[in-house]
Design a protein around this ligand. Structure first.
Ligand SMILES: Cc1cc2nc3c(=O)[nH]c(=O)nc-3n(C[C@H](O)[C@H](O)[C@H](O)COP(=O)(O)O)c2cc1C
Length: 373
């Protein structure tokens, strides 16, 4: 049977069959492993490695693994935080700084672990998000000639000329019109407008007002919509709002190829949209995740979250400890409101096929339900 056709100008720009992109999700390599990235690209979309927080050589290995699984284009996403607190450059040193400067936060976590009967544990690597780390990560992307780079937070202007010279497409994420304009000025090829509904770090503006405003503000730069898109109706709506494609995160977290814990997938499959709330306790920045007892305990503590990277280093050790103890109910689980629509785990290929078929159906149905003259 012929493959269904669903094309926008984005497909030509990125050299892909369908305008559906796997969102870069940086959960220490678990959310977007090579197998998921390659499966999305193989199914006609564009896979994307969430490289943030990974050591440069680890990113290189994932890129090379993707290439053993597919010859189709894919990308790498990195966070380029605009505001990073001055902090040490290794995890152990940041831990010492935490004990010295923020003893109440460290004590709060220690006590919470004790209350939950979870032994303390530290992450066994020295990676800390810093300007130097990002530079080294970008160097790998250039050396490996990755077809697409997505800049999560922050300003990619420094790397755009080199990317352009090398034929690498650059996507810039934005949650407001002003940030989208900044990304346009930085020279990106595509702007990803990410609404309030989204999983992970997110802003305050929902997609219905955000996407059309961004589309108008950055014309003729193509806009891709992100946040809360879990089926073809969402994709059809994004296209109607002026987007040329979609950047989908949460819906792929329940893919068989995604390596987050099964218990985390269950929270997504069983959770309602309202179970995924914005908080700042996992990284210091506003992030939507499954609301668990840890978020509630922080909320009650009266402690302010620390700036990036301190809060993240503190909570990375928490996550390591609870994961080792099998206490996934206490582990962070960033995911979006679109989780409420997801009811089953599936292979990535099936997720992609259903997104494509659902979009075509939704667009066709419109002709039946809406009369225009
Ligand atoms: C587990 C998880 C991790 C994420 N990590 C990153 C990241 O490292 N960089 C980034 O630019 N966006 C990150 N995001 C945001 C996604 O790129 C994307 O914008 C978002 O998932 C889209 O909304 P949706 O989850 O509702 O589909 C993350 C999202 C999730 C759910």
């Amino acid at each position: 049977m012929a493959r269904p056709e669903l094309k926008t100008s984005l497909c030509e720009l990125l050299g892909i069959e369908y305008p559906i992109l796997l969102a870069g999700m940086g959960s220490r390599g678990k959310a977007t492993p090579a197998e998921l990235v390659a499966a999305v690209s193989e199914a006609g979309g564009m896979g994307c490695i969430g490289g943030s927080g990974l050591a440069p050589e680890v990113i290189r290995n994932v890129i090379r693994k993707v290439r053993t699984l597919t010859r189709k284009p894919f990308g790498v996403d990195l966070l380029l935080p605009a505001s990073l607190a001055e902090a040490a450059k290794t995890r152990s040193e940041v831990r010492s700084q935490l004990r010295e400067k923020f003893p109440k936060h460290v004590e709060f976590i220690r006590k919470l672990l004790q209350e939950q009967n979870v032994p303390e544990l530290e992450v066994d690597n020295e990676v800390v998000i810093s300007d130097q780390l990002i530079e080294a990560q970008l160097k790998v992307l250039f050396e490996e000639k990755v077809p697409m780079f997505a800049a999560g937070l922050g300003d990619p202007s420094g790397m755009v000329p080199r990317a352009r010279a090398q034929g690498m497409k650059v996507l810039g994420l934005a949650g407001t019109v002003s940030n989208a304009k900044r990304q346009a000025q930085a020279g990106v090829d595509v702007i990803v407008a990410q609404g309030y509904e989204a999983g992970g770090h997110t802003g305050k503006i929902a997609n219905f007002p955000l996407i059309p405003q961004v589309v108008d503000a950055v014309k003729p730069i193509p806009v891709v919509a992100a946040g809360g898109i879990s089926d073809g109706r969402g994709i059809a709506a994004a296209l109607a709002l002026g987007a040329t494609g979609v950047w989908v995160g949460t819906a792929f977290l329940v893919a068989d190829e995604c390596q987050i814990a099964n218990a985390m997938k269950d929270q997504i499959v069983k959770g309602r949209s309202q179970d995924f709330e914005i908080q700042r306790f996992y990284t210091g920045k506003t992030m939507r995740c499954f609301k668990n007892a840890v978020v509630e305990a922080w909320n009650k503590s009266g402690l302010e979250p620390l700036p990036m990277p301190y809060q993240k280093i503190l909570m990375d050790d928490w996550n390591e400890a609870v994961a080792k103890a099998g206490r996934w109910d206490l582990h962070s689980n960033p995911a979006g409101q679109g989780a409420g629509m997801l009811t089953k785990r599936k292979p990535a290929r099936q997720i992609m096929d259903e997104l494509v078929a659902g979009t075509i159906r939704a667009l066709r149905d419109l002709h039946g339900t809406v009369k225009i003259a």
